[in-house]
Structures are given as C-alpha cells and as structure tokens.
Design a protein around this ligand. Structure first.
Ligand SMILES: O=C1C[C@@](O)(C(=O)O)C[C@@H](O)[C@@H]1O
Length: 260
C-alpha cells in the first residue's frame, strides 16, 4: 500500500520508489569538512544527500562552489544530490550574497550537471522563484519548493494552502517544515500532510521539527511525506534522528503496516 508519491530523477524513481526516502544533510564549513562528512554519510547509504551550501564558508566564490559540487557528485556513489541555500529568514546560515548572486550560483551549479534537485524557498520574490522554475526546466533538475517556520505551526488549512501555492508556482516537489509548540501541533502537521496528498498532485515532504516533531520524522511518511531528513554525521535542523534509528523504526512500522 503506497503511502507517498515517489521522487524521480531523469525519469527514474529514486531508490526504486522506496518509501520513505532517507535524506542526509551535508553541513561542513569547508571542503575538508564536507568531504569527510560525505565519506561518513555515503557509508550509511541514505537515498538522498542534501548539500546545505549556506553552511559552506566558500559560498561567495561560485567557482569553488561548483568544484565542490562536482567533487560531491564524484564521491557520492550514485546517490542523488539536492542543492540547498537556506535563507536566514527560514532558519539558514548568514551569507554575503544578494538574491541575484544566489540565483547565479544556482545556475552555475545546475548547469554543471552535478546535482539532481534544487531547493528554493516559496517566500522568495515571485520573479526569483520563476527563475528557479525556469532553471530547473532548462537543466532537467527537479525543483523542491520549500517553506519553514522555526517558531510555530500554522493551522492545517494554511499549511495545505502553502503546499498548493508551491504546485501553482511550478515546483516539482512541495516541502514544509514547521515547529510545534505542543503535541497538538504535530497532529496538525500530519493532518495537513494527509490533506495535501488529496489536494495536490506533487510529492509532498513535511516535517514537524524539535523534540516532539521527531515523531513526524519517524512516521510522517504514513501520512504522505515522501522524505525524512536524518542525521548522517550532523543534523541540519532540530529533531532529526540518526539514520540508524530511523531505519530501525521504519522496519518495525513497515512490518506492522503489513499486518505483523
Ligand atoms: O528543508 C529542510 C528540512 C529541514 O529543515 C528539516 O527540518 O529536516 C532540514 C533542511 O536541511 C532541509 O533543507
């Protein structure tokens, strides 16, 4: 019984359509740290890698960013790569680039062919978001539209509306991460995920963050979230659990969902 929609790269299902996909972030500050992390993470065989380029101290030099992206590709053992600059507005690290420079960096990286997915925030200026959509079409990469609220969990209908907005704006995948202030908020996120599955036709990725939110990282896929972000070496957001722990829980849940 399929709970989630599969992600595709160049017409192929990622990890053969397995659900949920496990994605491990790379958050090193320099080349050596990123490549060391990569080695540790690849050995754990996640289904996806995310390079959080906003953590990288060399981000202002596009040439270095492209070189490192290619190096990541070479050493990633065929695991598809997501390229992400998270803005400070949505919980990312401070960087010295203006938005036009960020988009130029996205352009160079996507055109190098070394990444499979681009993550770009829906809260960006519409003209910038349109450029990200066009770039994804031009390069055959998939665009993940994202939205993060590190303070609170909006009501379920507002979460669904954001995900609908991502589809309307031309994204290929719709992602939302929100912070719970109590257990009810975790339910709100799960409820909105289930609802969004019925409302839009894109794969949805959703998570509640922090300690309570870690529950959604373990079983949010049952409600329709296609990907769970988990720790390979270091977390990129609060509440991510180690890949090994996630796998243990997934095995148990998958067995019980089959009826024991
Ligand atoms: O958007 C997301 C989700 C995330 O914020 C999380 O909560 O796991 C982690 C980020 O690295 C990623 O880009």
């Amino acid at each position: 019984m399929a709970m989630t929609r599969s992600l595709e790269v160049k017409g192929q299902l990622v990890a053969g359509g397995k659900e949920p996909l496990i994605c491990a972030p790379l958050v090193g500050r320099d080349e050596a740290a990123v490549l060391h992390e990569l080695e540790v993470i690849v050995a754990k065989r996640p289904d996806l890698l995310e390079w959080r380029v906003d953590f990288y101290s060399g981000i202002s030099d596009v040439g270095r960013v492209v070189e490192l992206t290619k190096e990541i590709r070479t050493r990633s053992a065929g695991i598809p790569v997501i390229f992400t600059r998270r803005s400070t507005r949505e919980g990312g690290e401070p960087i010295d680039l203006c938005e036009d420079e960020v988009l130029s960096m996205y352009r160079e990286v996507a055109r190098s062919g070394a990444v499979d997915f681009l993550d770009y925030e829906l809260s960006s200026e519409p003209e910038h978001f349109e450029q990200a959509v066009a770039l994804a079409r031009e390069t055959g990469t998939k665009l993940i539209a994202s939205f993060h609220d590190f303070e609170k969990t909006p009501p379920a209908d507002a979460i669904v509306a954001k995900l609908v907005g991502m589809e309307k704006a031309g994204a290929d995948i719709a992602k939302i991460a929100v912070m719970p202030q109590g257990l009810e908020d975790v339910l709100t996120l799960l409820q909105a995920t289930l609802e969004a599955q019925k409302t839009i036709s894109l794969p949805v990725i959703s998570m509640s963050m922090g300690a309570y939110g870690s529950l959604s990282r373990l079983f949010g896929w049952v409600f329709g979230s296609s990907v769970s972000f988990a720790v390979g070496q270091q977390a990129s957001a609060p509440g991510q659990v180690p890949i090994e722990d996630l796998r243990t829980v997934l095995e148990v849940l998958q067995r019980s969902l089959k009826g024991g």
